[in-house]
Design a protein around this ligand. Sequence first.
Ligand SMILES: Cc1cc2nc3c(=O)[nH]c(=O)nc-3n(C[C@H](O)[C@H](O)[C@H](O)COP(=O)(O)O)c2cc1C
Length: 312
Amino acid sequence: MTWVEELRAREAVFRRAPSAHNTQPWLLSYAADEVRIGVDPARSLPVSDPTGRDLELGLGAFVESCLVVAADAGLAVDAVSDGPRAVRLVAVDAVYRTVFSAADLDGRRVARGSYVPGPVPQDVLADLESGLVHLPAQELAADLAAADRWMFGTRGSVDELREWLRLRPGHPRYDRDGLTDRALALSRVEARLLDAALRSLAVTCRLGVPALLAASGRGLLRGDGSVLVLTGRAEEDRVAAGRRLLRTWLVLARHGLAVHPLSQLIDCPATADRVRQRVRAGGGGEVEPLAVFRAGRPRAEPVRSARLPVGG
Ligand SMILES: Cc1cc2nc3c(=O)[nH]c(=O)nc-3n(C[C@H](O)[C@H](O)[C@H](O)COP(=O)(O)O)c2cc1C
């Protein structure tokens, strides 16, 4: 078997990489001595991710996953840029140096339910790469409510979210992609209410539904938990930042901690500004917040999210 064939045989493992709304927009093209990774525009989020920030972070996370899987299999592979939002995996002399394994990728998951109280311990924070800023969750609780209201009140974003929601097990794409009721930690009743509210948002906007939907997220940051912000310099390649993001989530997972991204905090212009100020005041210097997530020990085992079948 060539290295490309060996890597291809492990595609289901590197496809466990995270992507915003679980769109999994990766296009893979296997050649004799390289693998090209591109992005399917039909699976991007042009309204909710207009600058492609999350797309590029996700691409980075995907590339890092490929390299971890290659290293785990003893294959000497590295990634090179192949133009905007395109990466090539090529053969090199040495196996990629990583502390992570295919099992780490398989075990990682986002957890949106409640967490055991308490901040991320200092020894865990010390294990993380530089470029992460720790903020006490409570400090962001009011901003999360404002960002949620903004998100649920923005028609285009809601339409896009609806496209990727799979709120009942009978949904034809329930086991393939998108965000399921279970992944969102919703009860059957909550899933039905969310479905109904989003369906008639145009009418219900006037009745304050965005505020109601936003209220459901208010409790998330109430306790003494932690929010971590991945930061980068304005000129930094966001694919490289996405590779850092995945490594961060894997370090946390090794300590038994899960993450719950709250991208709306940096999508909503008003709250994005305040997050930027907090990060800079917290010693971040002239950096930009690229990803925001709460981190902690989930009270219940998080669900395994859906993935497209390999080759399907
Ligand atoms: C760049 C990026 C941004 C994300 N933003 C959010 C977010 O704002 N809210 C959220 O609940 N999940 C967010 N996610 C998590 C994805 O929805 C999640 O990775 C996907 O559903 C697959 O689930 P898994 O990570 O548990 O495998 C984000 C993921 C990435 C890579």
